[in-house]
Design a protein around this ligand. Structure first.
Ligand SMILES: [Zn+2]
Length: 140
């Protein structure tokens, strides 16, 4: 199979996240594919490479990896998830809700309880809110 080169192909193949890796700093950062796709200048893996810069050393990411790490949402519409310290995996789905009226206050509460952690509120198809602290900065 030919490697996925565009974000749209990756999304169609079920990928949900994009990982940016800086080899020099041995750091990586996971972004939601939907969030990256909102930037119209980024359509391909190469676009992403030239659009992000490591916050620590200023270098371009050495690797761009498409991932599928979202839990399968079979029943609930919204999920508040707590990610592990490296933001590589969802450690725990803390809240599953059927409405935003339930999910929004739950997200606020989880974020207050875990100020050092990455917390996301996702619907079936998109990231709605997150406690995003980027390791890579978008500089076009
Ligand atoms: Zn770096």
């Amino acid at each position: 199979m030919k490697p996925l080169s565009t974000l749209a192909e990756a999304k169609a193949a079920g990928c949900t996240h994009l990982e940016l890796v800086c080899n020099a700093c041995n750091r990586s950062h996971i972004c939601l594919l939907d969030v990256v796709m909102q930037k119209s200048s980024i359509r391909t893996r190469e676009d992403a490479r030239s659009a992000f810069r490591c916050k620590r050393c200023g270098g371009r990411p050495d690797q761009i990896v498409f991932l599928n790490r979202a839990p399968k949402l079979t029943y609930f519409e919204y999920v508040v998830a707590l990610w592990d310290h490296g933001r590589r995996e969802i450690e725990q789905v803390l809240v599953a809700a059927q409405s935003l009226d339930e999910a929004n206050p739950a997200f606020d509460s989880v974020r207050r309880r875990h100020p050092q952690r990455w917390v996301t509120l996702e619907s079936r198809s998109a990231l709605l809110r997150d406690s995003y602290r980027p390791e890579f900065v978008f500089d076009g």
